[in-house]
Design a protein around this ligand. Structure first.
Ligand code: ATP
Ligand code: MN
Length: 462
């Protein structure tokens, strides 16, 4: 049976007979024998393989091997005399599956820029950095499921295609089966959606929250984990058109419970990744951002700062720092403000609560003074907002009023309002941008480099 290289490096014993499969990273030919390093994606480190010239087809096989070639090697593990590895594989047979012509194969030994690698998205996962990112991404996803499953949360699958624009936030991708070359029009010369697939306009979801609330009213504690879409034309290092979101929703829960869960959640994911991907995390610390390990330590061991929006504005007004955007009670915090609080002032994740009513969505619970809503954002050093959440408005009359005040039509929210008509309870939840988390974890500067196939304006090749 073929063995994974990560497992052999950890637990393989001298004299064991094993078979491995993978891609060659380097080849060094000596007199009478050669070394190749084989990587199968299971770990940062590859396995060193020694091939003696008495191995069958030595000459022809070696000629076909270069960086990127795919191989299968069988042999016996031996203690390695070389530095940097405990064991190596002494080959008895060697099969070359596919060559990788060094004249044209773009991934050679030198370091490539991330921009260059984005243009070869079909090959970049074979590099050290991207493969480390995607292993950590996988560990984050596993940690998220484990965290919620241990706590009895139900994973619910909310729709990708929806007719509701979650917060009136706009910027949605339309989904249609109409012939765009000949769009049917009604008597008012508007698009006749009755002829469209769903009989009305439909979109790709921007959030699963409203549907998660439906499910929380049956299962108490639920979470979504799936793709969301935003047609925002923002070419930043923190925005994608298609990104993954994690949205827990809890019945019988207020904002304090929501913050406690969010904090425990982030601590859990960081601990999990440190335990399962220590080599990858050390690599990021050495090669990408030398604060990665300190950040993980900081998240795991320190309580997050918690302040109100009003207090945050006071602190920003007092800051001896010039901001590009104005600081004034009632205005939303910009990324520079968020980063000042989390990065410069508190030097750790900071939870800002109780934002002005006007700048937040209609479903957030109104405080008694009606000036603020029970919202919370978690701001991370370097990233800014990583989690946005709130206690939801559970009072029917208040919710109806808020929908109207925001210029929305209560009729389209009939089912959302029904949840307040039948068995309403205080409830709360939050949304975590999964790629922002992976960025935060790995120190990767650009969000395009933490998702295998980034969708951004003008970019949908791979
Ligand atoms: P921002 O102000 O940074 O655009 P937002 O206020 O639009 O964020 P929310 O609507 O609260 O964000 O979405 C919940 C979470 O999803 C955010 O906290 C963030 O982590 C993530 N997120 C939002 N937009 C994007 C995007 N375009 N690409 C990747 N992640 C995103
Ligand atoms: Mn946004």
């Amino acid at each position: 049976m073929t063995r994974r290289i990560a497992e052999l490096l950890r637990a393989g014993q001298p004299d064991e007979t094993v078979t491995i499969q993978g891609w060659v990273r380097t080849k060094r030919e000596q007199k009478g024998f050669s070394f190749i390093e084989v990587n199968d994606g299971s770990s940062m480190a590859g396995l060193q393989v020694v091939i003696n010239q008495d191995v069958p087809d030595y000459e022809t096989s070696l000629k076909r091997i270069s960086t990127g070639a795919s191989v299968e090697v069988s042999g016996v593990l031996v203690p390695s005399p070389g530095k940097g590895q405990r064991i190596e594989l002494k080959a008895s047979t060697l099969t070359v599956y596919g060559e990788a012509d060094p004249e044209t194969y773009p991934l050679q030994k030198k370091r490539h820029s991330f921009e260059f690698l984005r243009d070869i998205g079909h090959l970049r996962s074979r590099t050290n950095t991207l493969s480390a990112v995607f292993r950590v991404r996988n560990a984050c996803a596993a940690a998220i499921h484990q965290f919620f499953q241990e706590r009895g949360f139900l994973w619910v699958h909310t729709p990708v295609i929806t007719s509701s624009d979650c917060e009136g936030a706009g910027e949605m991708f339309a989904v249609t089966s109409l012939n765009l070359k000949q769009v049917p029009l009604n008597e008012q010369k508007e698009i006749d959606y009755t002829q469209d697939f769903f009989g009305k306009p439909a979109y790709l979801t921007v959030s699963g929250q409203l549907e998660a609330e439906i499910m929380a009213m049956a299962f108490s504690n639920v979470y979504t984990f799936g793709p969301t879409f935003r047609a925002e034309n923002s070419n930043t290092s923190r925005h994608l058109a298609e990104f993954w979101m994690v949205e827990p929703e809890m019945a019988f829960c207020d904002l304090d419970g929501d913050m406690d869960l969010a904090e425990a959640f982030l601590k859990y994911i960081f601990s999990y990744v440190m335990e399962h991907c220590p080599e990858d995390m050390e690599f990021f610390n050495a090669r990408i951002d030398d604060s990665v390990l300190a950040t993980a330590e900081n998240i795991i061991n320190n309580q997050f700062e918690r302040i109100t929006y009003t207090k945050a504005i006071e602190l920003l007004e007092k800051a001896d720092k010039k901001f590009e955007y104005p600081v004034e009670w009632g205005l939303d915090l910009q990324s520079e403000h968020e980063r000042y609080l989390a990065e410069d002032l508190f030097k750790k994740p900071t939870i800002v609560t109780d934002y002005p009513t006007q700048i937040k969505a209609f479903y957030m619970r109104l405080s008694d003074d009606e000036k603020t809503v029970r919202a919370m954002d978690i701001l991370a050093p370097k990233i800014g907002e990583i989690i946005g959440g709130s206690q939801r408005e559970e009072r029917l009359d208040v919710l109806e009023r808020r929908i109207v005040e925001q210029g929305l039509d209560p009729a389209t929210y009939w089912w959302y309002l029904d949840l307040r008509r039948y068995g309403t309870v205080p409830h709360a939840g939050f949304g975590l941008g999964f790629e922002r988390l992976v960025q935060f974890m790995t120190g990767m500067a650009n969000i395009r480099d933490v998702i295998p196939f980034p969708r951004t304006p003008q970019n949908v090749e791979f």
